[in-house]
Design a protein around this ligand. Sequence first.
Ligand code: OGA
Ligand code: NI
Length: 359
Amino acid sequence: MNCPADWPEPIVRVQSLSETGNTMIPDRYIKPPSQRPCFNTRSDNLNNIPVIDLFGLINGDSATQKVVRDQISTACREWGFFQVVNHGMSPELVDEAREIWREFFHQPMEAKQEYANSPKTYEGYGSRLGLQKGAILDWSDYYFLHYLPSNLKDYKKWPSHPPFLRDVIEEYSKEIVRLGKLLLKVFSINLGLEESYMENAFGGDDNIGACLRVNFYPKCPRPDLTLGLSSHSDPGGMTFLLPDEHVSGLQVRKAGEWITVKPARHAIIVNIGDQIQVLTNAAYKSVEHRVIVNPDKERVSLAYFFNPKSDVLIKPAAKLVTSKTPALYQPMTFDEYRLFIRMRGPQGKSQVESLKSPR
Ligand code: OGA
Ligand code: NI
């Protein structure tokens, strides 16, 4: 099964809707009452996702590294979400990556339309996820591109403006891949697997997938009625999210409650995706999250998806399958898996849940 070549309906840019200055939003963006956001969520420090300092992991002796690895282990098991600081990426690069994309979205519409995407690969400038005709849409536009594997990287599909955008993405991407490989190693050790287990399960060094979706959430006159991004779990391996420095919006579901993430300065937010949930036989959980929008502030975020090679079979690691913890999932390739979100759009955790083998 392949994705069709075109969208089921004409594409409307949310940024253009926002710029009309209307005080109401079109019905297409109004969520049913049960999905509308709540704004009184707890976001004190106790209810923020864990913040983990990677300095000791990258620079410390083995005892110090172990302390950080243990913090990561707890975060993966209890939260599926954490933020890392002192991750080795310069604060300047982090800010530059976000701000150059903000500039991209602030260009005139014609400059962006040149890169208008189709559901076939989703690469380029887009305004919807999913192909269901008549679906209620999210209040966001985005830009999607591939960095790895190298055969999918195509500079012609990366914006040529602003100048240096390609250089900045290239540099930022290198750092994300370094961080991704480091964390795969940490996860493997923490799970009692061979150090290279996860990286190999992802297809090995040269075959790992890395793709970037830059999300642009325009100002919204009725943030009480819609969402910037509906509840979903990320279908891939893990995600590195660079949030907006000044505007919160990401909410994570924890014990049935929505927690609004407070980003630490220059932090990168890491979350477990469905493929790592499968590989770890659900020792690590891919957690539902969503994005709320703002009446007077736009928001830019960079979601870097770190994925298994698209045609390797992903299944629970043999060491994690025991008589007490039988395999919860059947083997499946990421290619097959991701068709679901590409066709149906964000749908909470329904996909990974539906895959559980009957016991
Ligand atoms: C995503 C995502 C969160 C955000 O792109 O998958 O969850 O804060 N983004 O933009
Ligand atoms: Ni996500």
